[in-house]
Design a protein around this ligand. Structure first.
Ligand SMILES: NC(=O)c1ccc[n+]([C@@H]2O[C@H](COP(=O)([O-])OP(=O)(O)OC[C@H]3O[C@@H](n4cnc5c(N)ncnc54)[C@H](OP(=O)(O)O)[C@@H]3O)[C@@H](O)[C@H]2O)c1
Length: 263
């Protein structure tokens, strides 16, 4: 299926590794030109070079901290200066810090809101005028299964990302007639650096072997394994494309069936 992404311009947050990198790869394989952003400039440049070499698309790397408004504004401006347009936003960044409902501090809440709520609001607000100018746009927010079901010690994720779901729904109402579609994807357990780090930390805490922990966790997932980043990325590429012409305001799980909800 040709997704109609050839020559489109996509900003992909957290594009140096994990889910963001997989989304960048999928979009580039479909012929989209990219702007990738993450904090570590060396890793970001390396990822950009690899994507360019593998696909031949134009990849601009803009290092920055996506929890900061000034860096988001600079990212959007650099994109418009370089490409003259923005067609696709894949809003992905680092997750909020761990925290429990009873004792998460003011500082951690503030950081979480910047990283996992204001990030989505700011990216869309800054980019939508450029999408409107081009008469077309697709926005995909990478959230988490915590918007359907709490994750232990991650109240910060559920609370902030529920706000992002509400924001995306309102935004999709406001921009649907401008041919801009807004959707969320909600990963469960996909094997990235961050996910490995969680299992390594658990291993250090419990003394259990990482492989044994991964195996035990896989047994709790209906499809019997953790996911691969590209299994989320291909859905993101579809939602970002011309082939997605009628899905907006939706939140789609990519979790191998983990969430225990019938809706
Ligand atoms: N993997 C999963 O199964 C899963 C499940 C649920 C939710 N999620 C969410 O999906 C997102 C991506 O997760 P991942 O597993 O791909 O993580 P990852 O492997 O740690 O990759 C995170 C990417 O985001 C960048 N990043 C982190 N903080 C940033 C910031 N403040 N500003 C700009 N870039 C930043 C990182 O680069 P730098 O460190 O260089 O900035 C890296 O490129 C996270 O929000 C995570 O909570 C993932």
């Amino acid at each position: 299926m040709d997704l109609g992404l050839k020559g489109r311009v996509a900003i992909v947050g957290g594009g140096s590794k994990g889910l963001g990198r997989a989304c960048a790869d999928s979009l580039a394989q479909e012929g989209a030109n990219l702007v990738v952003c993450s904090r570590n400039a060396r890793e970001l440049d390396q990822a950009a070079g690899e994507i360019r070499a593998a696909t031949g698309v134009d990849v601009l790397s803009v290092a920055g901290d996506l929890s900061q408004l000034a860096d988001i504004q600079r990212l959007v401006q650099r994109t418009v200066d370089h490409f003259g347009r923005i067609d696709v936003l894949v809003n992905n960044s680092g997750g909020p810090p761990a925290g429990r409902a009873v004792d998460t501090t003011e500082a951690v809440w503030t950081q979480s809101v910047d990283m996992a709520l204001m990030f989505f609001i700011r990216m869309s607000r800054e980019a939508v005028p450029h999408m409107k100018a081009g008469g077309w746009g697709r926005i995909v927010n990478v959230l988490a299964s915590s918007v359907f079901q709490p994750i232990d010690n991650l109240v910060t994720s559920g609370v902030t990302r529920m706000g992002a779901v509400a924001f995306a729904k309102s935004l999709s109402d406001e921009v649907g007639r401008d041919n801009i579609l807004v959707n969320n994807v909600a990963p469960g357990y996909l094997l990235t650096d961050r996910m490995m780090h969680i299992f390594e930390t658990r291993s250090a805490d419990t003394g259990a072997n990482v492989e044994d922990l991964l195996h035990a966790h896989s047994a709790t997932i209906p499809v019997g394994r953790l996911g691969r980043p590209e299994e989320l990325a291909d859905l993101v590429a579809f939602l970002s494309s011309e082939k997605n012409s009628y899905t907006t305001g939706a939140t789609i799980l990519v979790d191998g069936g983990v969430v225990r909800s019938v809706m």
